[in-house]
Design a protein. Structure first.
Length: 250
């Protein structure tokens, strides 16, 4: 009898612990990415008055303040029509660091938007892969899943990347579900023949969930960014949104 009572007690305790973990996880998910709201208030500049004279290059991000918080932040990504409006970081020592650390280097399940050292920090590589978690509360890169809707895809094609000395303008040409292979390790994008074959495969995707603008021409001579996030808790899948560089402001 004592043994049964002890087992019952353990089961009750386990249930309480599991409930506590679930509640904590729910709280984490619900508030994921919210710390970036405070950061944006500090570093995103308000639009200047139309009457005021603007500088030749009007960069709305205070990179001096941003990099004083974390010198590994080197760019800022904004996708009009979505909630995606975040700094981009790249760790000098650990490619996995920003999976569970935010842009201010605090431990956080939402992580940060980041690139790996397979890419430079200039966006001059043939394909720059940018990673971010897709949080269930809609923050971070969760907004990429909106591109599964073809109407949304057609109406929200712009990506802007701000850097301390330039603004890069991209146009989205594809959004689709892919496997979980590491793109930069699997494909030699520096080989133009291989890169072109990869792009041809993208434009030949025939999937009802994929959105691809087949009227656009993207070649291995272009500069592409690939935004990568998780999909529906499936560890073997990634959702990719890809865009081509159209113009630079300097």
């Amino acid at each position: 009898m004592k043994k049964r009572t002890a087992i019952a007690g353990i089961l009750v305790l386990a249930g309480v612990i599991c409930a506590g973990v679930a509640e904590y996880q729910y709280y984490q998910d619900r508030h994921a990415g919210k710390e970036y709201d405070k950061l944006k208030k500090e570093v995103v500049k308000e639009d200047t008055d139309q009457a005021e004279e603007k500088s030749a290059l009007d960069i709305p991000i205070d990179f001096a303040t941003l990099q004083s918080k974390n010198p590994e932040i080197y760019a800022w990504i904004r996708i009009p029509g979505t909630v995606i409006d975040y700094p981009i970081a790249q760790s000098e020592t650990d490619n996995a660091y920003y999976l569970d650390h935010n842009a201010e280097k605090e431990e956080n399940a939402a992580g940060a938007i980041f690139t790996e050292d397979y890419n430079s920090k200039t966006f001059e590589d043939p394909n720059t892969v940018i990673y971010g978690h897709g949080m269930t509360n809609g923050t971070m890169f969760n907004g990429l899943h909106q591109y599964m809707d073809r109407s949304f895809f057609d109406e929200n094609r712009e990506i802007i990347i701000y850097m301390p000395d330039q603004i890069l303008h991209y146009k989205i040409f594809a959004a689709y579900l892919y496997d979980n292979r590491h793109l930069m390790q699997s494909i030699n994008f520096n080989n133009k023949d291989i890169f072109q074959a990869y792009l041809d495969n993208v434009f030949n995707i025939r999937d009802m969930q994929a959105s691809v603008d087949t009227s656009m021409k993207v070649t291995a001579d272009d500069k592409v960014i690939t935004l990568s996030t998780c999909y529906g808790g499936m560890s073997d899948k990634r959702y990719l949104v890809q865009a081509v560089l159209e113009s630079k402001e300097r």
